[in-house]
Design a protein around this ligand. Structure first.
Ligand code: HCB
Length: 215
């Protein structure tokens, strides 16, 4: 099968919720020489966007989201080592603490950003999902991180990004750490309104932003 057909198969199986087929097509695409970033940014991420749209308009329900998310996670398991293998040997540009904020269990985007940061040489402390505000503050203090990445996928949890920034300031850590925010409902305006140092729309943008913020 040609690379373009494999890419189409990856996206179709992700949207249809067939994790085994997504995994198999991803393996075949890699074997055919397709770059992991092309698979992630070209078909997996847009595929998840389509799944979200189908959920919004009532065509899909929660179980559909779960199965498609599993497809994406399975594909990422084979893509992550490939991304790391392409990492350039350079001095770590910075240390990042990243997580999805309290009350929010959306994992995929945060993990993708964490993987890409790590593949680009950053030291990464991935705190996972539903991360309490204090956990961000404690880990920044203990790790000496110079960057924090806050992910929020729900309008109801965006406010927690603001709380983390306020608590970092209260703990006297705000001057030492830059904060970048992201997630589907998050915007540049929101980032400015809550006093974040930057907003990234996707993982590639997050790497550029992290490099800039880390100086
Ligand atoms: Co979820 N969900 N969900 N969901 N979900 C969304 C987010 C909606 C937009 C769907 C919709 O209505 N159209 C919606 C939120 C509406 C809103 O508040 N505005 C929604 C809802 C409502 C819910 C529940 C409340 C549903 C319910 O229970 N009734 C529930 C919430 C549970 C909770 O968190 N407390 C829920 C649950 C789920 C799961 C568990 C079924 C599943 C997540 C599985 C998992 O992560 N393991 C899920 C999924 C998969 C989605 C959608 C379909 C896809 C999210 C995703 O993975 N996208 C999503 C629809 C959408 O986002 N349009 C839907 C792909 C990744 C790659 O994109 O945006 O996450 P990303 O990340 C990007 C980007 O934002 C940026 O870079 C990433 C990589 O490119 N970025 C950062 C992200 N974080 C960053 C941090 C930085 O510092 C910098 C950049």
């Amino acid at each position: 099968m040609m690379p373009d057909e494999l890419l189409l198969q990856i996206q179709t199986s992700l949207i249809d919720g067939d994790p085994d087929a997504t995994l198999e097509a991803t393996r075949k695409a890699l074997a055919a020489g397709v770059e992991p970033l092309r698979i992630i940014n070209g078909v997996l991420v847009p595929g998840m966007r389509i799944v979200g749209e189908k959920f919004s308009c009532g065509e899909y329900f929660l179980p559909n989201l779960i199965v498609s998310a599993n497809s994406m996670k399975l594909a990422m398991q084979v893509l992550e080592p490939e991304l790391r293998a392409r990492q350039q040997a350079v001095a770590p540009p910075g240390t990042v603490v990243i997580g999805t904020v309290r009350g929010d269990i959306h994992e995929i985007g945060k993990s993708l950003v964490a993987t890409m940061l790590s593949a680009n040489g950053f030291a990464v402390h991935d705190l996972g999902v539903d991360v309490p505000v204090e956990k961000f503050v404690d880990t920044v203090r203990d790790s000496g991180a110079n960057l924090v990445g806050l992910s929020a996928l729900l309008t109801t949890t965006m406010g927690v990004q603001k709380l983390v920034i306020e608590e970092l300031a209260r703990a006297g850590l705000r001057d030492r750490v830059k904060v970048m925010v992201g997630g589907a409902p998050v915007s540049r305006n929101w980032a400015a309104a809550i006093g974040a140092d930057g907003y990234a729309e996707d993982a590639v943008g997050a790497i550029d932003l992290a490099r800039r913020l880390a100086g």
